[in-house]
Design a protein around this ligand. Sequence first.
Ligand code: B12
Length: 277
Amino acid sequence: MVRHMDILAEEMLELRARDPARYKRLIQEGMLAELGFDIATGSSKMPTVDEVRAKYRPREASYAAIAEAVIAGNRAKVKDLVSASLDQGKDPVDLVTNALMPGIQTQCELYDLGKAFVPEILMSNDAMQGGILLCQQKLGDIPKKGKLATFVAEGDLHDIGKNIVAAILRANGFDVLDLGRDVPTAKVVDAAREHGLQMISGSTLMSTTKAGLKRTAETLEEEGVKVPLACGGAAVSRSFVDTFGNSVYGKSPLDAVKIATEVCSGRDWKEARKALY
Ligand code: B12
């Protein structure tokens, strides 16, 4: 997975503080070599398509077939296979996490390598959504644990991860209002007031848009709307989120569930941070 330069830089600074000897070695022996750059041939060791596929391929055959159908962007096949798995008694949350998500993760990494292209990503996303819908229907109407919203920061159109987070939150019993992508702060604040939200989950994948999450957390606080913001997405790091209040950093959709569980059981964002970090 390609790393954001600012996250990489933060990680290097953390490493310098935590393990100065290794940091020094990295510098001395060549950071490029440590990061996978083959100095002898002058090229970086890029994984092959097969290696990427193998990295994410689920062990169980029926899950691997679902992941393959997501990669192929075959919505009809995904729906057939997910239906069959649900009929066999598979857990819908497990299917989303361990069959559908590995498919889209493979496709995204292939895109990074230049081995998949925009239409393919969009078709895989559509196919995955077909499967997620069936899993949500199977879960049915379960008693709700709290009212939340999800959104992607202003200027950012990447919504695949946000959709997964929304699906996993719903699957875990939360009532989720999806505000969509490219969402301005004012719309989030209005929604928090209007719908009596208990937590908001904000995502962003670009360095240029991550300030939108900080702005949203701060505006909620300034306007006296006591709703914490869970922040995630590939451009977001814990050290970034720690630079502002009223927010909790999470890496995975399950972290979003943990944060929501803390907040909906009456804990504030500071207590939720303690529980998570
Ligand atoms: C798919 C993709 C696209 C698709 C988006 C389709 C869509 N509907 O989302 C398309 C092709 C449209 C696209 C467009 C662009 N993209 Co793009 N894209 C990607 C790509 C390949 C994958 C992103 C993705 O979906 N990952 C998979 C999901 C599942 O991961 P995720 O969102 O991080 O979410 C997971 C976790 O982070 C977490 N999570 C997410 N949210 C939250 C919230 C909380 C609270 C918690 C706890 C957890 C959590 O859970 C999720 C599931 O595990 C990435 C590269 C990469 N490999 O990441 C580039 C990437 C994000 N794109 C990039 C860029 C630059 C662009 C464009 C500007 C390209 C261009 N020149 O036009 C445009 C931007 C348009 C815009 N204004 O937004 C850059 C951003 C670089 C940067 N530093 O800012 C990246 C990193 C590529 C790169 N290496 O340069 N892109």
